[in-house]
Every structure is written in structure tokens, then in C-alpha cells.
Design a protein around this ligand. Sequence first.
Ligand code: ATP
Length: 294
Amino acid sequence: MIQLFIPLNFLGFVYREIRESLINIERVFRLMDQPPRVVDRPDARPLVPDGGEVAFEGVSFGYGADRQVLHEVSFRVPAGHKLALVGSSGAGKSTIARLLFRFYDVDGGRITIHGQDIREVTQDSLRAAIGVVPQDTVLFNDTIYYNIAYGRPDAPPEEVHRAARLAHLEEFIQRLPEGFDTVVGERGLKLSGGEKQRIAIARVILKDPSILVLDEATSSLDSHSEQAILGALREIARERTTLAIAHRLSTVEDADTILVLEHGRVVEQGTHEALLGANGAYAALWRRQQRGEG
Ligand code: ATP
């Protein structure tokens, strides 16, 4: 019996490990399928995120030696503020988010959170301080409850229910055949893109991080779900330092600062009104989008 127990226990461990890495894949924003290459320094300390002020100071980076993707990118997001990253496809928006997670180390400059260089803190504490709402949420083949509670597995049921309510999932869950116990995912009930995104929002509400990264992609949703999701996102971004990767400009107007990237360089920085007034790259992007050209 003991002999049987040990390997089964071990298998349980492996299963949990695989689940862990699955959620890591979700955090990796699609493109990063390789394991992280960075390691903690021997003297790494836990991050003290406080209000989560984020600063990039002259950050340069390339995925390989042959091509630089970011060129001396600098910005500061004070605690509780929202920064929107805009720019055409391939400009480097998602790369900035990956560097903040320290999936890669910068080649030049530094990234700090509340004044601490992220290379000097443990990766676990760094990632615990940041919540993500990705474009594509990975669901486990498990109950809705499990999928929400994944944000903080030891959360009491009242908090899981509260997170579902704040993420505007309550009505949807009430309509399910077995409510919170309904199995979703690959072999269970398939959820729409918007429903999955609301589960990601509920997970973040439970995790309660100081810093939030939003990979905004609401274009596949009908406008009713888009409004519900944008409302929920605005709610969780309040009082958190937020970096929003905006693939469309409709969601950036309320940002405290908009950072416009072109080929890995910051070409403009300011509020929506100031950038429209400056009549430069942002104003051109805005006009193009108003004309419906993507
Ligand atoms: P989009 O709006 O299309 O998502 P983006 O602004 O987020 O684009 P990034 O994903 O940051 O752009 O990509 C910036 C550049 O880095 C692109 O030229 C891209 O091809 C390149 N790149 C991204 N990921 C990798 C990778 N894992 N390996 C090599 N190059 C990469």
C-alpha cells in the first residue's frame, strides 16, 4: 500500500506542476514558449511592491543578438496610475510586459518596482505582485469554481463568489446547469472569449496584486459583452498600477499617460487630449482608427 501511495503521491505532484506551468504559459502572452532563462540571484530578496510604482529607465532589449527590439525606452507609472501602450503591430508593446515579468533580462538600462531593480528580487515575489488579464485565458478542465479560485487557491468561498460577482459572471453562472460546479474547458462546457476573459478578471480580483497588466483585445466580443468587460476592467484597474497593452485605441482615453511606440522607440507620451493636440503619431493613429482602418 505504501509502495503504491508514494508514486501516486508523486504523480499528484507532477500533475500540480503541469497545472502550474500551464498557467505560466497563459502569463507568457502566446509568443513565449521557451522556459524562462533568468534565474534568481543568490542574494535575491522578496519584492516589496507597496503601491507598485513601475519605472523603465533607458531600457534596451533584443530577443537575439541580431536585432534590437526596444531602444532606450523610459517611462514611469506612479502607484495607482494607468499607462496605455499603443503603437502598430510589432512595435514592442508585449515585449515591455514580458520584461516587466522578467521573462528576459534587459540588455541595457533597468526596470524598477517601487524603486527596486527587478533583477535583485525573487521571481516568485515579482510575479505574485503582478496580475494579468491576457487576450486568451487558459481554462482548466475543471469546475468554474476551481477556475476562478485558481487566482488564490486558499481563498474562502465567499471571496470566490464575490470575485465572480465583481467580474460580472454571476448571472452567467446562475444559468449554468450546475452553477459553480459546472465543468468547463476542453472536455466540459466551452466558454466564449468574453466569458473566459471575465474568469481571468475574477482570478485577478482574488489575487489582488499591486500591478495589473491588461492585454486588451476585445474586438472579438459583441458590444454588450465588451461594455461589461471594460466596466469590470476599469473597476479592477482603479487604485492599481496598470499597464494596458492597447491593440485598439478605444480603451486608452481614460489612461493617465499614453506611451506611443514606433519600432521599439517611444515617440510620444502624454494624455489623450495632449497627444491629439500635438497632432503627431498618436493623432494619426487615432484618425486612422476613426476611419475604421484598424
Ligand atoms: P502586437 O500589437 O502585434 O501584439 P507588439 O507591439 O506587442 O505587437 P511585440 O510582440 O512586443 O510587439 O514584438 C516586438 C518585436 O519583437 C516584433 O518584431 C516581434 O517579431 C519580435 N518578437 C516578439 N517575440 C519574439 C520572440 N519570442 N523571439 C524573437 N522575436 C520576437
